[in-house]
Design a protein around this ligand. Structure first.
Ligand code: BGC
Length: 735
């Protein structure tokens, strides 16, 4: 803080006085590369090395002698992490660092709305800048390969096109505030089980078609200033210093000029760290430096061991200059770039959080029971722990300390005040923890009743209820939506299926809200009247949910992943595929992506496997017609257009989705792939034309042999609809 102030004053004085000439590197009006070269030319070997590794849990050094400030990193991606102790994960106990908690990224993905993604990025970027953070550790865009992945809630779903489209505006929004978005976790980091000891072995076609495109979009279109290497290995080399991923693809093929930051403790080898594309090493000995009891940071792979290698010629000086340039570039783009001051906890940020949370809620089923219609003086019975449990705290590194969190029950009491009585029954006991890294919710979740009693109490209370509103699902405890652990199955925990069945058997109208960050099985779906997929919605989650339940907001969210009937229906059938196997002579666990490009909806639709709710599905309180699909040649590619009309009686939004099918292909391709979507808001009776552009890449598969995207001539089909399975019109065209 002090250093930055001094710097600002120095620059201000220099620019006011005609006699003082500002050094190039200090002058934000000078071209970036001139500043980098100028600073680099003034730095000693030791100073260059010093900026390539951490100096505390969340900061890396600057160059104090030159007035170049240190770099402050923060999680990300759902809000600005509370300040932590210098070497610890635990929060430091500041009283002015409670942030706006934005909805989980999976909730953002469910909006299918590029502008909301930009708004999210802009708001969180402002919060980061206000808190003087330079690198925001997010967003995460790993693909939903298995629904069991504990971090599914922190990612943007199972489709590379959807994630790529949404990550770009998020990055641009963040970076417009002079904060670097650090896109994570690069790459093929699709599970938490043994995340630091498993090699993802993936063929090139699968990697380029499924696991890399969102990162490629983040770099090439989003202009991301930072990328985080992941914990796992790819082809038996750790990803924080993986030559193929970082040097050949990221910095080579994609021309990334930003900084590669290791995941915390993800750097594992002296020689590789020096040679293979890592620029800032963070979090080594993440347990508070016990791996280096004294002077831990100097013993980082990119500290003393690196210095020794540079001095005796085992590491190259050009390599060091490249790393240092990337760190300097980051500093000149952020804290020493154009001045931004940011803002924190503003009413606008809470309004944005509420809007995004609501727009991402997905109405899975509705027979007209929603929006809720409770008679004056009637009774709404709310059942389930998630109506009450605060969810911002927990889950791993995305854990936040927020200024406030509106729980669903509180929002329901507000909405029905003076109209109907809202009665809550817990129904089951899930997770009673109320703190994480010393961030506490202050709730008391202890319970003395038995599971049988809880169920009996809920069922008894249903007898005179006008409607049962069940709010359950997962939470962020271990083995659920939680960093470091995966789930064991997609079945709801804590006996919730039995409880839901028992409540449905009372015959009262029943709405189920499933709050989770990942897919769950819903065997009771046919027996309830309506189902809403809710998410970890952040500070305003309760308000957002109740806005949709009461019809203040017409739902328009769409599933960013498939909701399967059972785990066994999915593409991962063997231990080789998941969670990996031990092999003779190999040091690390081995995992093989044998399913190739067939994950998520690509798998289910190609194999004609029925699902509970398909990718892209989501209903509204109104209805839409999609018609008049046409395909026209446009230059090298095609233009697809369609008409969408609101045929119901209330305003609402539909996401028109374009899938492409390659009918004649020399390789096996998914029966359809998402290649375009537009979210359209329409008044009753209003219609609009939507247009999509298909370039050659959109028609291509990745050919590993020639290492190129190949669009084969022949017949294709444009499939336009409102989910991956609800295709309204199909039009053939030829390339
Ligand atoms: C997580 C990252 C996070 C980092 C810093 C790691 O354990 O994988 O996503 O940004 O910690 O908290």
């Amino acid at each position: 803080m002090k250093l930055r102030l001094t710097l600002a004053i120095a620059i201000a004085v220099a620019s006011c006085s005609p006699k003082v000439k500002t050094d190039v590197y200090l002058d934000p009006s000078k071209p970036l590369e001139e500043r980098v070269q100028d600073a680099l030319s003034r730095m000693t070997l030791e100073e260059k090395v010093a900026i390539t590794h951490a100096q505390s849990k969340f900061s890396s050094a600057g160059v104090p002698r030159l007035g170049i400030p240190e770099v402050w990193h923060t999680d990300g991606p759902h809000g600005i992490r509370p300040e932590v102790l210098w070497d610890e994960w635990d929060q430091a106990g500041w009283t002015n660092d409670s942030c706006t908690a934005f909805p989980a990224l999976v909730n953002l993905a469910a909006t299918w709305d590029r502008e909301l993604s930009r708004l999210y990025g802009d708001c969180i970027g402002q919060e980061a800048r206000y808190r003087e953070k330079d690198i925001l550790l997010g967003p995460g865009i790993n693909m939903g390969r298995t629904p069991l992945n504990g971090r599914t809630f922190e990612y943007m779903g199972e489709d590379p096109y959807l994630a790529g489209q949404l990550v770009v505006p998020y990055i641009q929004g963040v970076q417009s505030n002079g904060v670097a978005a650090c896109v994570k976790h690069f790459a093929m980091n699709n599970q938490e089980v043994r995340r630091t000891s498993t090699s993802s072995n993936v063929d090139d076609r699968t990697m380029y078609e499924i696991y890399l495109p969102a990162f490629e979009a983040a770099v090439k279109e989003g202009g991301a200033w930072a990328i985080m290497g992941s914990y796992n290995l790819y082809n038996n080399q750790f990803n924080c210093h993986n030559k193929r991923l970082l040097c050949d693809i990221l910095k080579g093929e994609w021309g990334f000029d930003g900084v590669v930051v290791s995941d915390w403790g993800g750097c594992r080898d002296d020689d590789e760290a020096a040679a293979y594309g890592l620029d800032i090493e963070m979090g080594t000995w993440t347990n508070g430096l016990s791996g280096a009891a004294s002077d831990g940071y100097s013993n980082y792979h990119l500290a003393k061991p690196y210095l020794e290698r540079l001095r005796d010629g085992r590491a190259s000086l050009e390599g060091l200059d490249d790393k240092a340039s990337r760190v300097l570039r980051t500093i000149f783009r952020t804290s020493m770039g154009k001045q931004h001051f940011g803002s924190f906890n503003s009413p606008e940020h809470y309004a944005a959080a509420r809007k995004i949370a609501a727009e991402g809620l997905v109405l899975l089923k509705n027979d007209g029971t929603l929006p809720l219609q409770i008679p004056q003086g009637g009774k709404l019975l709310v059942v389930g722990e998630n109506a009450y449990k605060m969810m911002v705290v927990g889950g791993g590194s995305s854990n936040l300390k927020t200024k406030y969190e509106i729980i669903p029950l509180e929002a329901l009491h507000e909405a029905f005040d003076g109209k109907a009585s809202v009665v809550w029954e817990r129904g089951y006991v899930g997770d009673t923890t109320t703190d994480y890294n010393k961030v506490v919710t202050g709730q008391d979740l202890s319970e003395s009743r038995s599971a049988e009693q809880l169920l009996a109490d809920a069922v008894a209370s249903a007898s005179d209820a006008d409607c049962i509103l069940y709010i359950g699902g997962l939470n962020k405890s271990k083995g659920q939506d939680n960093e470091g652990t995966d789930r064991a199955d997609i079945v709801l925990p804590y006996g919730q299926d039995t409880l839901i069945e028992a409540l449905a058997a009372t015959g009262r109208p029943m709405v189920v809200v499933n709050i989770s960050g990942s897919p769950v099985a819903m065997p009771w779906a046919p027996k309830v009247n309506a189902i809403v997929q809710g998410w970890y919605g952040g500070s305003e989650s309760g308000h957002a949910l109740v806005d949709v339940l009461t019809g203040v907001v017409n739902p328009s969210g769409k599933l960013p992943f498939t909701m399967p009937i059972a785990l066994a229906d999915g593409p991962l059938k063997t231990e080789r595929q998941y969670p990996g196997i031990k092999e003779e002579g190999k040091k690390w666990w081995q995992e093989y992506y044998d399913e190739g490009v067939f994950i998520g909806h690509r798998w289910y639709s190609s194999k004609s496997i029925p699902v509970q709710y398909p990718f892209g599905h989501g209903l509204s309180y109104t209805t839409f017609d999609v018609s008049d699909v046409s395909v026209k040649r446009a230059g090298d590619g095609f233009k697809v257009s369609a008409a969408v009309k609101n045929t119901g009686s209330v305003p609402g939004a539909e996401v028109v989705q374009l899938y492409v099918s390659d009918v004649e292909s020399s390789v096996e391709r998914p029966v359809k792939e998402l290649k375009g979507f537009e979210k359209v808001y329409l008044q009753p009776g209003e219609s609009r034309k939507v247009q999509f552009t298909l370039d050659r890449r959109a028609l291509s598969f990745f050919d590993a042999g020639s290492h190129a995207w190949v669009a084969e001539p022949g017949e294709f089909r444009a499939l336009v609809g409102t989910s991956s399975e609800d295709i309204r019109e199909e039009v053939p065209f030829r390339l």
